[in-house]
Design a binder for this molecule. Structure first.
Ligand code: ADP
Ligand code: MG
Length: 242
């Protein structure tokens, strides 16, 4: 079953094409890794999916519904698509629990007890139940990022978008976040993740898409893209970074 269908998406910034006709279908439970040089359009693509950017051409369907239709309600779409960014975007003045329950309470009008129970269960699952009352500055970067992922999961999204979620972490903290992503895959969470962690992409992704200049120039199972890349540009990129 197709959860997300990106079709011929173009995006320009100040007249400069940044996405030049990207098409990508993501199946339920599938994990898709986006790789590519800085500036290739990975973040822009994720931001278009979450309607943080408007596409200039093409369509994006979520569960068969065109979310790029101007009549689509962005709040409703974002309730169904969780996103986590590179920098932990936790609110510093709110406790961990309040960070996680803010959107369900304010935006989605979930009853308070339900939001709390849901948040605590998720925090428990990621090993952070004892931090529920703490403020973000008391947590390590890895813990903060795990809270950010919990916050994105609290509405049971159909799709989770992860944009370089380990890039801002000290190397010794990367592992705990990658382990959580691996667990989520085990739970069947459908994900698109932009990443610089090639070995992780290789282990966790069902499919790897290599972006270059705003286009997916190659995609396939990790063994193929990493082990036997067909496109010269993919080979060059992989040689440069390894
Ligand atoms: P990646 O995530 O692969 O590094 P991005 O999607 O962030 O790539 O960026 C792709 C290109 O779009 C870059 O050249 C970047 O400078 C440009 N870009 C991204 N966001 C904006 C913006 N808001 N305004 C102008 N240019 C942007
Ligand atoms: Mg990026």
């Amino acid at each position: 079953m197709t959860v997300l269908s990106i079709s011929g998406v173009h995006k320009l910034f100040n007249g400069n094409p940044v996405l030049r006709g990207v098409s990508l279908d993501v199946d339920e439970h599938e994990v898709v890794a986006l790789i590519g040089a800085s500036g290739s359009g990975k973040s822009t693509l994720l931001r278009c999916v979450n309607l943080l950017e408007q596409v200039d051409d093409g369509t994006i369907h979520l569960d068969g519904r065109d979310i790029t239709d101007p009549r689509a309600d962005p709040d409703q779409v974002r309730r169904r698509i969780g996103i986590v960014f590179q920098a932990f975007n936790l609110f510093p003045h709110l406790s961990v629990l309040d960070n996680v329950t803010l959107a369900p309470l304010r935006v989605h009008r979930m009853p308070k007890a339900q939001a709390r129970a849901k948040a605590l269960a998720l925090l428990e699952r990621v090993g952070l139940a004892d931090k529920a009352a703490a403020y973000p500055d008391r947590l390590s970067g890895g813990q903060q990022q795990r809270v950010a992922i919990v916050r994105a999961l609290v509405n049971d999204p159909r799709l989770l978008l992860l944009d370089e979620v380990t890039s801002a972490l000290d190397p010794e903290l990367v592992g705990e976040v990658l382990a959580l992503i691996r667990d989520l895959k085990g739970d069947g969470v459908t994900m698109i993740l932009a990443t610089h962690e090639m070995s992780f992409a290789r282990q966790v992704a069902d499919r790897v898409c290599f972006l270059d200049g705003g286009l997916i120039v190659e995609q396939g199972p990790p063994e193929q893209v990493f082990g036997a890349p067909r496109e010269p540009r993919t080979r060059q990129f992989l040689q440069r970074i390894t």
